[in-house]
Design a protein around this ligand. Sequence first.
Ligand SMILES: [Fe+2]
Length: 287
Amino acid sequence: MNPTVETTLTQTVLERFAGCPDARFKTIMNSLVTHLHAFVRDVRLTDDEWMQAIQYLTAVGKKCTDTRQEFILHSDLLGVSSLVLEINHPPHAASLESAVLGPFYLEDAPARPLGADLTDGMPGEPAFYSGCVTDTAGRPIAGATLDIWSADGAGFYDVQLPGPLVKRGRGKIMTDADGRYWFRSVKPADYPVPTDGPGGVMLQKLGRTPDRPGHLHLIVAAPGYTAVVTQIFVADSKFLDNDAVFGVKKSLAAKFERHAPGRAPNGEQMNVPYCTVQFDMRLLAAA
Ligand SMILES: [Fe+2]
């Protein structure tokens, strides 16, 4: 049987990459085209489906803004973000595990003093977080930075609220000389990922739910150690085993202990119930 374009086209395209001077880029593009062509052959993609895909990707791009990242959301929803994390930051028995960055991170969170209230008045059950950052041998790491961001008690990030952006629930704090940290925020609520864009359409067509267990985001970094992008999850969330973005790891689940109104760990008199969370983190020395 004579070869057809269907059987020869992939190789023809790859041969056009022969002059690429960037070896890594060439490797990535070779693999991408090989898998993409195999996918098209595998599902026998129709003309209409091809056009739907073009329109879908266009809609994903149009949904993106300076504070809304629909591509990251899709990467999360398809498990790609977690897979990239696992490849680049494989679990180490003695160190803090990673979890997806998500679409709501802002790079320029303000520096806050140790013990700061990060809520900036956002609604939610008060929660007092504390713990220690150490190396894998348990030695305290002074001056480690915790870059923290969180949804409010209703599950909304500041960037999701209507009107001009007013940052809240964000801040960078540093551990003290004994590696200890503490700060106030809220108990994060379970929340659905944004479903008002193409991601919501995809979830509905797949019969999937958009829910995430309550979690507080943070990036933990210290000179000489491997930084970790991670999340602290509410241990008793009903969505812990069905996270829409495949981010949960058991070691990242923390108990949010509820207290009646009274004296909080920072000495503040609380007139409403509040939570305390104890979560220690171990960092690997940089390679
Ligand atoms: Fe989140």
